[in-house]
Design a protein around this ligand. Structure first.
Ligand code: NAD
Length: 355
């Protein structure tokens, strides 16, 4: 039965397709801009340089220094380059790290952003920026941070290595899963969440088999977009807070941490929201135990299975429990210290769910 709800759509213009880089010039002009700074990580410099060359006079420079967790120091360097070149917009070509840099610049300058996502992190359709300074990661939400235009080019996502395809796809699914039981959930967001999870559930096994499968790459990027939309529209709960805490405290890799923790977080919350999570279990073949079903799916794809393997020390478990319980936040199941300790301990060792 439909319940009363509130829905606010986000105004990002989205273009999705194959071989989309030829459309970037038109999108720059559409924003009334003419002097773009292209952003990327050192690893994707060649692709970004090709794009800048293709844009000719519309691109005034390239900043290949984007880094994980958006260090403010890096943002300041890019800011100086923007001012020096008189850039009037940014083009972020890359994953969540590069997109984070574009957002950090837009938050400070209110310059329009074109984003060309090449991973499945979903940051491109959210008004949220996470940045680090002095070893602390803080999050800010502001309409200025939401990118104006997103261009999904399936071909660019095809170079994502298989392990990251899996972990990044699981990172996307995490947004959708938490959207299903979010306090502000609504029928549109829930429909997007389930469509996104289903698209990724189809695509990831096919991509492990054949990483350049164009149809599966299309499904994965489409699913990632939908999951990102969920993240941008409703609040997240235990899973995201836990990953934020673990990633920040022990410097764990972002997508991999989401990938390990998600099945445990689902199993934990399924006790409190079984009906809302039942469709997730159905997608992965076990409607009664969605956490176990998702864990089995991830293991079949060769995903990382424990926080220990990601480098978290065992004596960090108590610290993680303390931080996670220090700052209470909304979750469908109450966060009791002993239960959280059990969850984190099991995720640390990679225990099988349901055993
Ligand atoms: P990433 O952007 O750090 O990418 C990891 C590496 O993969 C980088 O070297 C990158 O250049 C490379 N890469 C990306 N796409 C590639 C491709 N198609 N081919 C080859 N190499 C490729 O990792 P990520 O998981 O995409 O993003 C993680 C960051 O995004 C974190 O800092 C996280 O906090 C942030 N994030 C923010 C939000 C938000 O809404 N604010 C949402 C999700 C993630």
């Amino acid at each position: 039965m439909v319940q009363p709800f509130t829905y606010s759509g986000l105004p990002t213009r989205v273009r999705f397709g194959w071989d989309m880089l030829g459309e970037v010039a038109e999108e720059i002009r559409r924003l009334n801009c003419s002097r773009a700074l292209v952003l990327c990580t050192p690893q994707q410099e060649q692709d970004a340089r090709n794009l800048a060359e293709q844009l000719g006079n519309l691109a005034v420079g390239l900043f290949p220094g984007a880094a994980m967790h958006t260090p403010v120091q890096v943002t300041k360097q890019a800011l100086a380059l923007m001012n020096q070149l008189g850039a009037d917009c940014t083009i972020a070509l890359g994953g969540g790290s590069t997109i984070g840099l574009g957002k950090a610049l837009a938050w400070r300058l209110d310059t329009p952003q074109i984003v060309i996502p090449t991973s499945y992190a979903g940051s491109e359709v959210t008004p949220i920026l996470g940045q680090t300074e002095g070893g602390r990661k803080t999050t800010v939400s502001d309409p200025k941070i939401l990118p104006e235009t997103v261009i999904y080019d399936v071909n660019l996502s095809a170079t994502l290595p298989v392990p990251m395809t899996v972990t990044s796809g699981m990172n996307a699914m995490a947004h959708a899963v938490e959207g299903l039981y979010a306090k502000e959930r609504n029928p549109i967001v829930s429909a997007m969440a389930l469509e996104g999870i289903a698209a990724l559930a189809r695509a990831l096994p096919a991509l492990v088999e054949k990483p350049d499968d164009q149809k599966a790459r299309g499904d994965a990027l489409y699913g990632a977009w939908l999951c990102g939309m969920v993240l941008g529209q409703v609040g997240m709960a235990l899973h995201h807070k836990l990953c934020h805490t673990l990633g920040g405290t022990f410097n764990l890799p972002h997508a991999e941490t989401h990938c390990v923790v998600l099945p445990y977080a689902i199993a934990f919350n399924a006790v409190a929201a079984p009906e809302l999570l039942r469709p997730v279990g159905e997608i992965f073949g076990d409607s009664h135990d969605p956490g176990a079903a998702l864990q089995a799916f991830a293991r079949r794809l060769g995903a990382p299975t424990s926080l220990r393997d990601l480098g978290m020390p065992e004596d960090g478990i108590e610290k993680a429990v303390a931080i996670a319980t220090q700052n209470p936040y909304w979750n469908p199941r109450p966060l009791v210290e002993d239960d959280l300790r059990d969850l984190i301990t099991r995720a640390w060792s990679g225990a099988r769910i349901g055993e």
